[in-house]
Design a protein around this ligand. Structure first.
Ligand code: AHR
Length: 617
């Protein structure tokens, strides 16, 4: 029997309690939420970022009667942020060109839908380019682009797909001569509310009825170098919001923390717009000049730090300023004169370095002084960081932060045992933002444990103002991290069991939690655990030696990293072990490429490793 005291005042539930945390991890943006169908549209993939990349990643020749030579050129680029383009030389009389393979299996096209092509081209003589969308031997759509003689010009065309495919390709053919191409883009005309997000994925997110959208990360917000692309050749830069607004062809690409090229087609403006489109508050997280996620090169140069502080203030002006302000004007130029109504700002993400204590106040004080109504979110890192977590919390209290962002990725046992975690939290200090959490184990026990845990979150939502599961999105073919809430490939998407728990809680949130009691048979939680199986764990190690031996005894890889190696942390040297199975994609790729593609082979992998942290089980 369940009894609720309907006359009691109960606990007021935070109106913003359930939200989502979006990070560009697991290729969530390009090939995912961003509806762009062309991969590497600006030819900026680079082998210095990732050995398997070239400027022609996802591109190949289409020779149909003539010969095509493809090079990636930096000569007189489209603009200083878009440094490379494709140089196509056609010889032999007929036409020839390039093919883009798209993402996953290829381009996903739907019969009867309209597709919009745009590209920048440059030629010495006028010519007509033929653009086709193809699958197997069939042509599903066709358009022509008349290129005039002269410098870089943007061209547009469109077509309707005559059939449905998830394995299409885009072919561009040119006649004899040289054609320079850049920013080759193909979009479905139908995107979520017309703002460029893939409709099915955006709808799955919107269906959660999230009250806020935390973005853009996570580790992508604070790992890398601090200089903008214009000053620095380093392509692995911390997310800098100013690089991500304005015309897409002027946004530099980045090589993000999760080890892949990021186009910034979804940039800050698109995040704000998306938040508005799904009825959520935008909640940006910015770096305070201290890294997290296993790497630190703190920003101590005062002049550079001042630029970052100013960028933070400018972001608030971009979101909320009048159109007469410098940054409000830029927002208006992007098509949104009305302010976005930003209320929260996150300063930092999982910094485990003392420089945080020096840098954070510079940002927080500046925001407080200029925008006293903005709620400032400090962070405590992950619960697994033990004493450091407590120290970060104390610092946030001392700083009078409005909220503290807590993270935990623990096993289902932990979530079941922590239902009462917040019952005794101090009600007088900062509120809690559970900015990242997920149970890591069997998917069904995860969902059950999270549901149990959320009853505790809701019961304590006088002190917990915001909560978001993480990560949100994962492309099935490019996985950096599991579990994730929504899975997709190029034409399908579904929510995990945890997604349905989020949906249930978020769509049925009440105003107050009434005191209640239950009498009846209490079934021990252990019974459920026995049925679904538990026992996952997670840790991080650095490896000292790695040796891969094929079945015939030949050594495919023998690396001694004991003296340290470039890219150790957090690059290829960080291994994530889940359910006892180690995965390390770079290593597996090495083994495969050495062995050829003759089918399955046996390898013995010996690893000498040292644990470096993150032990949560
Ligand atoms: O959600 C995945 C990662 O977990 C985030 O990028 C980071 O903040 C945390 O360590």
């Amino acid at each position: 029997k369940l009894t609720a005291d309907t006359r009691a005042a109960g606990t007021k539930v935070s109106p913003n309690l359930y939200g989502v945390f979006y990070e560009d991890i697991n290729h969530a943006a390009d090939g995912g939420l961003y509806a762009e169908l062309v991969q590497n549209r600006s030819f900026e993939f680079n082998s210095t970022d990732e050995p398997s990349y070239t400027g022609l990643t996802a591109w190949s020749k289409a020779e149909r009667g003539a010969t095509a030579a493809l090079t990636v050129s930096g000569e007189q680029p489209l603009n200083p942020n878009n440094r490379n383009h494709l140089r196509l030389e056609v010889t032999g009389g007929g036409t020839a060109g390039v093919v883009n393979a798209g993402f996953n299996r290829g381009l996903a096209l739907k019969a009867g839908e309209r597709y919009d092509l745009s590209l920048w081209a440059r030629r010495d003589s006028a010519a007509t380019l033929t653009v086709t969308a193809e699958a197997g031997t069939a042509v599903l759509g066709k358009a022509s682009v008349r290129v005039k003689a002269g410098g870089w010009t943007k061209y547009r065309a469109s077509f309707t797909a005559s059939a449905t495919t998830d394995a299409g390709r885009l072919v561009i053919q040119a006649p004899e001569g040289r054609t320079d191409l850049d920013m080759v883009s193909l979009f479905p005309r139908e995107t979520y509310k017309g703002h460029g997000m893939r409709a099915d994925l955006a709808k799955l997110i919107a269906d959660l009825k999230p009250r806020f959208l935390r973005f853009p990360g996570g580790c992508v917000t604070n790992v890398g170098t601090y200089d903008p692309y214009s000053l620095n050749q380093d392509r692995r830069r911390i997310y800098q919001w100013k690089e991500t607004i304005g015309p897409v062809e002027e946004r530099p690409a980045n090589f993000n923390f999760w080890g892949y090229n990021q186009s910034y087609g979804i940039g800050y403006h698109e995040y704000f717009q998306f938040a508005e489109d799904i009825g959520a508050e935008a909640l940006p997280v910015l770096s305070v000049g201290v890294n997290g996620c296993g790497e630190n090169r703190p920003l101590t140069d005062e002049a550079k730090l001042a630029r970052w502080v100013q960028d933070t203030l400018d972001l608030i002006e971009y979101a909320n300023g009048p159109v007469t302000s410098t940054w409000g004007k830029k927002r208006a130029e992007m098509g949104h004169p009305k302010p976005f109504g930003l209320e929260y700002i996150g300063l930092g993400n999982e910094e485990i370095y003392p420089e945080f204590f020096t840098n954070y106040p510079k940002f927080a004080d500046a925001v407080r002084a200029k925008y006293p109504k903005i709620k400032i979110i400090s962070n405590s890192g992950q619960t697994s960081q033990g004493a450091w977590f407590d120290r970060m919390w104390q610092f946030a209290r001392d700083q009078k932060a409005d909220l503290v962002d807590e993270h935990y990725y623990n096993n289902p046992d932990w979530f079941l045992a922590n239902n009462h975690r917040y019952d005794t939290y101090d009600r007088s200090g900062p509120k809690v933002f559970v900015g990242e959490y997920a149970s890591r184990g069997n998917v069904f026990s995860n969902a059950l444990a999270e549901a149990s845990f959320l009853t505790g979150v809701e019961r304590n939502s006088d002190v917990i103002e915001l909560a978001s599961y993480a990560p949100l999105l994962a492309n099935v073919d490019y996985v950096d991290w599991t579990p994730d809430l929504i899975w997709f490939d190029n034409d399908q998407a579904y929510g995990s069991p945890s997604y349905h728990v989020q949906r249930l809680f978020s769509r049925h949130v009440g105003d107050r939690v009434l005191p209640s009691s239950f009498t009846g048979e209490a079934r021990p939680v252990e019974d459920i655990r026995g049925a679904v199986g538990l026992g996952s764990w997670r840790t991080q190690v650095r490896y000292d030696d790695v040796k891969v031996t094929a079945a015939d005894g030949s050594v495919l890889l023998a690396e001694d990293f004991s003296a340290g190696a470039p890219g150790w942390t957090p690059g290829p040297g960080t291994w994530t072990a889940e359910d006892g199975a180690y995965t390390q994609s770079a290593l597996v790729e090495d083994a495969r490429s050495t062995a050829g593609s003759a089918g399955w082979s046996n390898y013995t992998i010996e690893v000498t490793a040292r644990k470096t942290g993150g032990d949560e089980g």
